[in-house]
Design a protein around this ligand. Sequence first.
Ligand SMILES: NC(=O)c1ccc[n+]([C@@H]2O[C@H](COP(=O)([O-])OP(=O)(O)OC[C@H]3O[C@@H](n4cnc5c(N)ncnc54)[C@H](O)[C@@H]3O)[C@@H](O)[C@H]2O)c1
Length: 402
Amino acid sequence: MSDISHTFAAPLLRGLYIGAFGRPMALVPGSALGAAEGEAPEALSVELPREEGPAAGALSASLAAWRGSHGGQHMPGCVVLRSGSERRAYWPGLGLDDARRRMERRDAAPLPVPPPTAEIAGSARRRSGVVEGRIALVTGGAQGFGEEIVRGLVASGALVYVADLNLAGAERLSSELNAAAGRAAAIPVSVNVSDEASVEAMFALVAERSGGLDLVVSNAGVLKASSVLEQELAAFKFVTDVNYVGFFLVTKHAGLLLRRQARLAALWPTDIVQVNSKSGLEGSNRNGSYAGSKFGGIGLVQSFALELVEWGIKVNAICPGNFLDGPLWSDPVKGLFVQYLQSGKVPGAKTVEDVRKAYEAKVPMRRGCVGEDVMRAIYYLVEQEYETGQALPVTGGQVMLS
Ligand SMILES: NC(=O)c1ccc[n+]([C@@H]2O[C@H](COP(=O)([O-])OP(=O)(O)OC[C@H]3O[C@@H](n4cnc5c(N)ncnc54)[C@H](O)[C@@H]3O)[C@@H](O)[C@H]2O)c1
């Protein structure tokens, strides 16, 4: 059993590098150093206290001394943490591939810190570029809106953990994206967001694989529409457990990691974005378990935002309209179009296309929500450093805030 826990150490160290570089960094652990194995002469070597605050203080003080003796323009190419008899090296990089390469070569050469880029006051950065190099995690990332978000983030240069109950689906999507991108772009991870041990293990894996995170998209969600007079308690609880409790668990364990990272990167804002729904803003007939879980989600977003702002963690929700092209609606066997046609929910509809048209007609902009619409909202929330606790509708005008 190791004395040095990656979950504890890696986010602190990643924060140390983000604090110096002012940009997202990746960090990977090397194997534990043997007793006879020497440390790289240029490495920063630190005895790590067990409490978070003192550990951050020790890292910060050791780094200041190291930088003082290296001209002040560089960061260590490797950090060795010591705890009891154990020593472990960590390797930073501009992206996961860079960090891994440096670790494999045992390359501890000091890293030059580029001068801060001057930004024109009041200018907005290029919108999608805001996630370039960031490390993100998307729950429910294997299909539907989650898959769209994973694809969008990877296309914009992020490294994305594809977290899903359906591990095979997450693996398939990750392999496809890694092959197309020619870089470490997606990492599959198995999770059940309604199971605390599973969520905790997921964030431990993230700390170990890349040191930490910049953006968490809590997207996994389920729907079991039913009349309040008929719905079984088990079905009601299932929806609540995934949509409402799951968001609490993801925020709790993401928050612990992001707070650790923020100890030494106080000026680096991070984001938790909940994919909520227009049904979190107005009731949904015969769909109370879903709408209730989503309304509740907005209460959590506002409350978590108030607390986590202290650590530079923004918490916001996106409330999309119906994703009519996604599997939930369009699946030819169990999709909502087929279900609504069979149950006669849309009076006069004779085909799936009639049902679709009826739903498009409810939207002032006359179409369903698509992945790109949600991506624009995510880029906005990440780029906007002066907002938290909001629920942003993306509904083509179907639901408006009052
Ligand atoms: N589809 C829509 O029209 C629509 C509209 C507004 C909001 N939303 C919201 O968008 C989110 C995604 O919906 P979708 O329609 O793309 O869903 P989907 O059913 O197409 O995909 C959901 C994904 O989440 C995964 N998942 C389910 N339970 C999980 C759990 N316990 N732990 C981890 N992963 C789990 C599934 O395996 C699947 O890959 C949900 O939060 C949903 O409420 C959807």
